[in-house]
Design a protein around this ligand. Structure first.
Ligand code: AMP
Length: 443
């Protein structure tokens, strides 16, 4: 199947060709005709499947060339990054037309957003909280809305945006087209879909681990206190030029960046406590290749789209197995090969087991030469609090290059006795909306 067969306007086909896409991805082949017909769509698709173009292209086609007095399409996303990225796609695919789009999220001033609304806008891409603020202040009128898209709906629910979404819905006409994209179909997503969608076309193109085929997945069993040295070692010996590293906490991300910098690696953290400017700068530097390591938390990494990102490292495994699939899905995009290495501490084995169960196969254990993976002393604290300055011993930095190991001690660490109690950092990963927002999170 080619894009020409989908019935899209010539200007859209030109944009698609200019992007270098030759054939529609499976989700595009299925969603584009349904959206063109005005049907509701319920699609199981994660980032990397081409889902953005799957709704953006047909919606641009439907909007045609005429700008309207009120917004006609609203796309809700869980994070600022995803919102920015989707709006960029709208601009990219829509550059042959005259439609106006704007992106709305928190953490930046209201005034430019209000001005954009005043000038008139056809397509809004927004995170729910800030959009709701605008609606409550009467800055924007959604009564002319024709299509509502919920992108990464599962993540929006996880992040506690359901109430904001429901409030936004009160400002949107009941008679409209609704498209819901979600990586997973939990009971809650089904419930939301049942309440929002009318006879939706159901599309499921992405079995949960479909992307994993192109990704070379590996696990290294390592003591927690040796993870940093191992990461620097892997980056150095593998000559990795661009690696996305996941930590579970914001504090962990900050600390790792500092440590990597002492190892002489250019690194930056991407998480919800960073200003929008800092986030954009980090992401741009990473994309441009001036920044070698980007350390991110799950939520901040959502929607990061970097073509051909070669390496992903799980510095800590996520405690939600699905997040593993999301994380490694950042590499091995669009047919290119990718490598995902997980550094697994003794207290993370349960997470590993859950992940292997979800993906339905066991992940290859990797042997790393030239570095001792066993702890030379006590492990570092790994929770979200700043390190304590007491004499408890637990915070002592790891001895570097300790005398116990030489080459080929690899992998022994995983079998060593536990150095850190597992229960220590069972902080709920997913906050309520208030927390997210006050913490400068996604919204
Ligand atoms: P998404 O799933 O929307 O995040 O898209 C993932 C990546 O696939 C983006 O970098 C798109 O530019 C790219 N992409 C989207 N559609 C196609 C296509 N038909 N052929 C090749 N790449 C595509």
């Amino acid at each position: 199947m080619s894009f020409d067969q989908l019935g899209l306007a010539p200007s859209l086909l030109e944009a698609v060709a200019a992007e270098g896409y030759s054939t529609p991805t499976p989700i595009q082949a299925k969603a584009i005709p349904a959206v063109l017909e005005g049907q509701d769509v319920l699609a199981a698709a994660q980032t990397g499947t081409g889902k953005t173009a799957a709704f953006t292209l047909p919606l641009l086609h439907r909007l045609g060339q005429d700008t309207a007095t009120k917004p006609r399409v609203l796309v809700l996303t869980p994070t600022r990054e995803l919102a920015a990225q989707v709006e960029q796609s709208v601009k990219t695919y829509g550059r042959g037309g005259h439609l106006r789009s704007t992106v709305i999220f928190g953490g930046v001033g209201y005034q430019p957003q209000i001005s954009a609304f005043r000038k008139g806008v056809d397509i809004i891409v927004a995170t729910p909280g800030r959009l709701l603020d605008h609606l409550q202040q009467g800055n924007v009128d959604l009564s002319g809305l024709e299509t509502l898209v919920l992108d990464e709906a599962d993540r929006m629910l996880d992040m506690g945006f359901i109430h904001d979404i429901k409030r936004v819905l009160k400002h949107v006409p009941a008679k409209r087209q609704t498209l819901l994209f979600s990586a997973t179909f939990s009971k809650d997503i089904r419930k939301l879909a049942a309440s929002l969608l009318h006879k939706p076309v159901e599309i499921d193109v992405a079995p949960r681990n479909a992307t994993a085929d192109r990704i070379d997945q590996k696990v290294v069993m390592v003591e927690k206190s040796r993870k940093r040295a191992l990461l620097s070692h892997l980056i150095g010996t593998g000559d990795w030029s661009q690696v996305l590293v996941f930590t579970r906490t914001k504090h962990g991300a900050n600390r790792l960046v500092k440590q990597l910098e002492t190892d002489g690696l250019s690194a930056a953290a991407l998480h919800g406590n960073k200003s929008q400017n800092a986030r954009t700068k980090a992401l741009d530097g990473f994309k441009a290749g001036t920044l070698r390591v980007l350390v991110a938390t799950d939520i901040a990494a959502r929607g990061i789209d970097i073509d051909a990102l070669p390496h992903v490292v799980n510095y800590e495994l996520p405690n939600v197995p699905e997040d593993y699939v999301h994380r490694i899905g950042r590499t091995g995009r669009a047919g290119s090969a990718g490598e995902a290495v997980s550094l697994v501490g003794p207290d993370e084995r349960k997470y590993l087991k859950d992940i292997e169960k979800l993906i339905g196969s066991s992940i290859e254990r990797m042997v790393v030469e030239g570095i001792d993976l066993r702890s030379a002393g006590h492990d570092e604290p790994e929770d979200d609090r700043p390190p304590r300055r007491d004499n408890g011993g637990g915070n002592r930095p790891p001895k570097r290059g300790g005398g116990r190991g030489g080459p080929n001690r690899a992998n022994a660490g995983g079998e060593a006795p536990k150095a850190n109690p597992a229960g220590r950092r069972r902080k709920p990963r997913r906050g309520k909306r208030g927390g997210q927002r006050s913490g400068g999170g996604a919204n």
